[in-house]
Design a binder for this molecule. Structure first.
Ligand code: AP5
Ligand code: MG
Length: 217
């Protein structure tokens, strides 16, 4: 049976950082709904504009649309042996859909919470920068690139600062997470599928713990 690894955690907890490592090292495709919608929002269609406005506000995109995108993406060939969900599910409707999807695909769900106290999240988010070419994630305070504002792997590209990483948007995102997404932690805990990992350790220690969960169950 293949596995669906659901990486959970507040905005800035390190879901993207860890999902990228799982993809690189364990060859598990990283499916980040945030990244998918940020890419979609770059065009100028009415849908793209709508998605951009919602993402920039810090609120959630409609369950309908998110569910459609996840169904389509996880139906691709590279997901046959399991995959990592980063930023999905975020509501009970999405969690229900994932149960059905997992049953249909013959997959088992393991949720991993990267646990970081709220007071550390602002620095992680306001300092975050990412490469517009490869998506590598940096932080001006905590993981600076070798050359200011340039990706270590793509020195010609400028690093990007996300519009929703502005302090007032961070507040909305944290509230949205507390209201809509934290109930899912109880749901996965009650069904004995939640593993909690201390997200205040360094990236490699967190990765080692996640890898242990992924390979041991
Ligand atoms: P999304 O892109 O998923 O954003 P998020 O959940 O707010 O999470 P982030 O990407 O901000 O944080 P992360 O946990 O990935 O942290 P990262 O690894 O980058 O969603 C954005 C928006 O899209 C939503 O608000 C919504 O509008 C929409 N959306 C997406 N999915 C949706 C869904 N399912 N339903 C509805 N709407 C949806 O790390 C953060 C920083 O910390 C980095 O600078 C990094 O270098 C640093 N860092 C990471 N780990 C460590 C460490 N161990 N120590 C020190 N620093 C660290
Ligand atoms: Mg992310």
């Amino acid at each position: 049976m293949s596995k669906i690894i659901v990486l959970m955690g507040a905005p800035g907890a390190g879901k993207g950082t860890q999902a990228r490592l799982l993809q690189e090292r364990m060859k598990l495709p990283q499916i980040s709904t945030g990244d998918i919608f940020r890419a979609l929002s770059e065009s100028e269609t009415p849908l793209a504009k709508e998605v951009r406005a919602i993402q920039q506000s810090g609120k959630l995109i409609s369950d309908d649309l998110v569910v459609r995108v996840v169904e389509e993406r996880t139906g691709k060939d590279d997901c046959r042996h399991g995959y990592v969900l980063d930023g999905f599910p975020r509501t009970t409707v999405q969690a229900d859909m994932l149960e059905q999807l997992a049953t249909r695909q013959g997959n088992e769900i393991t949720a991993i919470l990267i646990d970081v106290p709220p007071e550390l999240l602002y620095r992680r988010l306001t300092g975050r920068r990412s490469c517009s070419i490869c998506g590598e994630i940096y932080n001006v305070y905590l993981k600076p690139p070798k050359i200011d504002n340039c990706c270590d792997l793509h020195p010609k590209s400028q690093l990007v600062h996300r519009a929703d990483d502005a302090p007032e948007k961070i507040q909305v995102r944290l509230e949205t997470y507390a209201q809509q997404t934290t109930p899912l932690l109880d749901y996965y805990e009650a069904t004995n599928r939640l593993r909690r990992i201390d997200g205040v350790q360094d990236t490699e220690k967190i990765y080692a713990e996640i890898e242990r969960v992924v390979t041991s169950e």
